[in-house]
Design a protein around this ligand. Structure first.
Ligand code: ATP
Ligand code: MG
Length: 460
């Protein structure tokens, strides 16, 4: 991913950028906000890290005014609480205390752009789709990837890019559903100075950023009909008109679009243009749902067990036969994403020598729609196990702060001291978790030490 650092690269910010670089990311440096904005307009970035001593407020105001959509993270000396508060109030998404902590930086980067791992499969249903993907990867044909939520559409798009002759150029993803409509046009096509109030300079859009490479238009079905017309023109003419521009710019971009909606229905209803649909849909890669590929359920379950055992520094345990049956019968409406979360949880909860049904907590419906007895039994076992694991002393009479402290410390012990995972389970940021732990420790409460596998050096 491409990181832009705004600030002098001296001392601790320099150290932070070294960590980021060592993890295989690209780093660009800007001395001040003005220079940073120039880089964002010309080249873009996936994340901005800014020294709290720079003018964060003016940076965020400019980004809003110029319709540039990029997350901003502030960093500064840990003890300067006032500066941290100012940064967050100004609109920074996170605050990284310095000296830099490798784990914390990794967690922030991960939260912003998840690392795309390998695409794992073995089931013949998936094999068919994969063969087709390999066949068409090298052409410049537009591809439409369809499939239910969590089936791996984005992973597939990255796979196609990696297998294509454009692999050495950029892969840029734009989520059409996540970006407000008013911003999306500028985001995709860029704008000229003066195109709207706030457009103080020319800004290149994602099409130009992706030139020579691949552009993923994620959740294309959510694109507004007016923008669809503009997109169609770009695909036909292979040139973009920046907003407010009158000089089309040639672009060479391979388009991959994804949708988890039925596009033909959207066309029939008139919410999606049929001519654009035919342009995008030169090839369709239809990803089967996870319940349609039982061999993948097993392979991926084992894969995620290995992944999360390693990540947590926990010895790897095999899946029990009962658990395997439960996984095969489940409906997996959230597909691979749901399986991944389930196995992550199972790795943390398993207490015996195997991962038994008590650790496999399913949230969605079973395959048959009716409650499967095996699943019901597992759910009961899981509930009992959870209750046993966390004996609930009566909460009445305690303050909210006390209950919160117990919950945080118990969860952390459960994760063997791993801050990153405890924060995920608790649903709070690592920053918040650390602040709480520091507070408890200052108050004389004993806090579980960081796990062996945790590369943290800091005390909290
Ligand atoms: N075959 C696979 N092998 C390994 N990991 C996978 C596979 N398929 C999906 N995943 C993982 O599952 C998660 C969901 O995948 P992805 O984001 O590509 O799905 P999606 O179809 O784009 O979902 P959504 O419709 O919600 O955007 C990711 O963490 C991804 O790495
Ligand atoms: Mg997706």
């Amino acid at each position: 991913m491409r990181l832009l650092i705004i600030g002098a690269l001296d001392g601790q910010i320099g150290a932070a950028s070294q960590i980021v670089l060592a993890r295989g990311n690209q780093v660009t440096l800007a001395e001040d906000v003005t220079h940073g904005l120039e880089i964002l307009r010309e080249k873009g970035a996936d994340l901005v890290m800014i020294d709290v001593r720079r003018d964060i407020k003016s940076l965020i105001e400019s980004l809003v005014a110029e319709r540039i959509h990029v997350p901003v993270v502030a960093c500064g000396i840990a003890s300067d609480a006032a500066a941290a508060v100012r940064a967050i109030k100004a609109g920074a998404k996170e605050y990284i205390p310095l000296p830099p902590d490798a784990d914390l930086i990794a967690a922030v980067l991960e939260a912003v752009t998840a690392d795309p791992g390998a695409l794992i499969y073995k089931d013949p249903r998936m094999g068919q789709t994969m063969r087709m993907a390999e066949q068409v990867a090298n052409s410049d044909a537009s591809i439409l990837i369809t499939g239910e939520s969590g089936t791996g559409k984005e992973l597939m798009a990255r796979f196609v890019h990696k297998k294509s002759k454009r692999a050495n150029n950029r892969f840029i993803a734009v989520n059409c559903a996540a970006i407000p409509e008013a911003l999306l046009e500028s985001e995709l096509f860029g704008h000229e100075k003066g195109a709207f109030t706030g457009a103080v300079a020319r800004r290149l859009g994602k099409f130009e950023e992706a030139n020579g490479g691949t552009l993923l238009l994620d959740e294309i079905s959510e694109m507004d009909i007016r923008l669809q017309a503009k997109l169609l023109r770009v695909l036909q003419e292979k040139e973009v008109d920046r907003v407010g521009g009158n000089q089309p710019v040639k672009v060479d971009v391979r388009i991959i679009a994804t949708s988890n909606r039925n596009m033909e229905e959207a066309v029939a209803k008139g919410t999606f243009r049929d001519d654009l649909y035919f342009r995008l849909n030169v090839v369709t890669l239809a990803l089967p749902s996870l319940r349609e590929r039982p061999l993948d359920i097993q392979l991926l379950a084992d894969f995620f067990i290995r992944k999360y055992s390693e990540a947590n520094g926990i010895p790897q345990k095999p899946l029990s036969t009962d658990s395997r049956q439960i996984l095969l019968r489940h409906g997996w409406r959230g597909n691979v994403r749901e399986l991944e979360n389930t196995m992550h949880r199972a790795v943390l909860l398993a207490s015996g020598s195997e991962i038994g049904p008590e650790a496999v907590i399913l949230t969605g419906a079973s395959l048959s729609g009716n409650q499967d007895p095996l699943v019901a039994q597992a759910a009961n076992a899981a509930a009992t196990a959870l209750a046993a694991a966390a004996p609930r002393t009566d909460m009445v009479g305690k303050t909210v702060a006390e209950v919160e402290r117990e919950l945080i410390i118990d969860t952390l012990s459960h994760c063997l001291g791993n801050r990153t995972h405890a924060a995920t389970i608790l649903g709070i940021s690592i920053r918040t978790l650390r602040n709480k732990l520091k507070q408890y420790s200052d108050e004389g409460v004993s806090v579980p030490p960081p796990a062996g596998g945790d590369s943290e050096r800091a005390a909290y």
